[in-house]
Design a protein around this ligand. Sequence first.
Ligand code: AMP
Ligand code: MG
Length: 653
Amino acid sequence: MSKTPLTKNPAKNPDSADQDQFLTILSREEALARFEAALFPRAVPHESRLLAEALGCALAEDVVAPIDVPPFDRSNVDGFAVRSADLASAGEASPVRMMLNDEVIACGVAPMRPVLSGTATSIATGGPVPRGADAVVMVEHTQPAGARAIEIRRAASPGQFVSYAGSDIARGEALLRAGTIIGSREIGMLAACGIAQVAVARRPRVAILSTGDELVQPGHPLRPAAIYDTNGAIVTAAITENGGEAEFLGAIADDEALLEAAMRKALDACDMLVLSGGTSKGAGDVSHRIIGRLGQPGIIAHGVALKPGKPLCLAVCDGKPVIILPGFPTSAMFTFHDMIVPVLRRMAGLPPRSDAKVSAKIPVRIASELGRAEFVMVSLVEGADGLIAYPTGKGSGAITSFAQADGFLRIDALAEQLPAGAQAEVTLFTPHVRVPDLVIVGSHCTGLDLVTAPLARAGLVVRSISVGSLGGLAAAKRGECDFAPIHLFDENTETYNTPYLADGLELVSGWRRMQGIVFRQGDRRFEGLSAEDAVRAALADPACIMVNRNQGAGTRILIDRLLGGATPDGYWNQPRSHNAVAAAVAQHRADWGMTIAPVAHASNLGFIPFAEEHYDFALVKARKQRPAVQAFLDALASNEGRAALEQAGFRPA
Ligand code: AMP
Ligand code: MG
C-alpha cells in the first residue's frame, strides 16, 4: 500500500455504523493500481478469424506481406503499351506511327507477344504490361492511322502510367503490426495480399448481471414502484464498444442464493463478470458478500473516492475480474468508463482509449465534494470567445444527462469548486465537437420540441439546456445562447416576460399554457368546481394532501396566490417540474396540485383551468441573423408549427 487511503473510522463517523463494507475508501488511483496489479501481466489469448469477422478486433501478430501488390507491372490507364524510346521524337508537328500487335490485353489476360520496337499493344487499365514495353500511352493521346496502326503526337517517359510489381505492397514487408485494430482499410490490405484469416486477440467474454427486486426488462410492462433495467443495456453496449464479447444474463432479484448461483454460472462461462446495483448499504445488498466465496484474492477495493461512483466494488476471483458497479446508471457509466474500460481493453489486446479533449469556459460555479474526484457532464455551446461548458447533471440517478452531454470534466479530489469563468478541460464522448446550430437555454416546455422538430429534420443540431427562466435570461445576457424561453410574471405590472428583458434582448412571442388544478378524475372534492372553490374544498379537508412547486417557478406564484397564505399538508413537497406534479397526483402521493393542461391530459387527470401563462422567448439580438435562428422563427410562425402546438394543448400567441 503506497499511499494512505482516506479511512472512515466507524467510531468517529456516526452515519457509518451500518456501512461495514465502506471501512476503507481508496483514492481512484490507488484502487485502479491495486486492481491492475492483481490482473496483469497476463497473456492475451489468440484466435483465428475470417476477415469478415475480424472487424474491430486487435491483430495478435505482425502480418508480413506474402506477395507483391500489384503482383505484376500494371497499366494504370486504357491505352497502348509502348517502348518509350520509340517516341523520343514525337510531337504535335511530328507524329510517330506505330504498328499494332495482334493482341488486346484486357484485365486478367496474360500477354503473349512482346512489344518490339515500332509496335504498340492495346492494353486496358489493370492489364499486365507485356515484355519489351516500358510505358503506356493514354488512348486519348493517340489517333487511328489506317488498318492496325496508330499515330502518337507526344513523347512518353519510361514508366509512364505503369505501376510496378510490389510498388503498393512489397513481398516481405511488415504489412500490419500486432495490436492494430482491424478496420475496413486493414481488411483491404489483407485481402489484397490474399490473406483470408488472421490471428486476433480473442475478445474477452464478459457476463453482465443486473441486480434488484425493482428491475423490469425493457419491453415488459412496468409494475408500480418498479423501474426499467437501464444498466443491463448500457453496460452490455459499452462492453461491446470496448472490445468485449458481452453476454447479458438479465436481472436477478436481491436474493443471496439466487444471485450466488447466477454469479458462479457466469464466472464458469466467462472471463469477466460485471454486476450493477447491490453495492451500497441497502438491506438487500448482498453481491459483495458473495464475492468472498467465489475465489482468491476476492475484493480488492470496495468504496472509491469518486463522485459519482463511491460504492464501486472491484474484485478478482481466481484471475477473473468481478466488478460491482453502483446502481444509479450515471454512476455506473462513469465508473465503468473510468475504472473498468482500461482493464477490459488490456484484456482484449486493445490500446488505451484516446478520448478527444477540448478546453471550455464554465459559465456557473460548480460546487464539488472535497476528497472525491468528481465527474460533471457538460453540454458545449459556442460563446463569444470560445466554447462554454454547461453542466447538465441531474444527479447520479439521471440517465438523460448522458445523452444530452457532449462530454465531461473532472474536478480534482482536492478542489471544493470550479469557479464561474474558470477554463476546464472537457473529455468528449465523440471524436469531434459538434457545436449546436441553435442553442436554447432557459425553461423547458414540451411545446419546444414540437417547434424545433422541422429544424432537426433539416439537419440542424438544436441544443436545449433546461436551467429555468432566470438562468436562461442570465445566459442570454451573457450572449451564450440564441434564445432564452421564459415565463416570468411581474406582479407590479401584472404582465409576463417583457419587464424582465435587458438591453440586447428582444421578446419573441411563444405560446400560452393553461395552468390549472390537477386532480384524479372522479374526485368529488374537485369535480365541477372553479379553481378557487376547489382550493377552498381542499383546505377544508384535513386528509387532503397537495403537491407544490419550487420557489421561483411561475406556477408557484399562482399556487401561493390561490392559497392566500395557507400551508396545507404537502406544501413542502416542492418538485421542479410540471410532470412531477402530475405523477404525484396520479400515483396518490398527493390529491391536487397545479400544472399545465397538456401535462394533466397526458396523465389522464382531471383539470380545472385557472390562468394562462405566457411562454415566450428572449432573443439575443446580436444572433438574430443566424440561419438557425431564422429557421426557428419560421418554424414558430408556420402553420404546421402552430397546428402542432394546438394539437398538444398549447395556444400559439
Ligand atoms: P442499489 O445500489 O442496488 O441500492 O441501487 C441504487 C439505485 O440504483 C436504486 O435506485 C436502484 O433502483 C438503481 N438501480 C440499480 N440497478 C439498476 C439498473 N440496472 N438500472 C437502473 N437503475 C438501477
Ligand atoms: Mg439494488
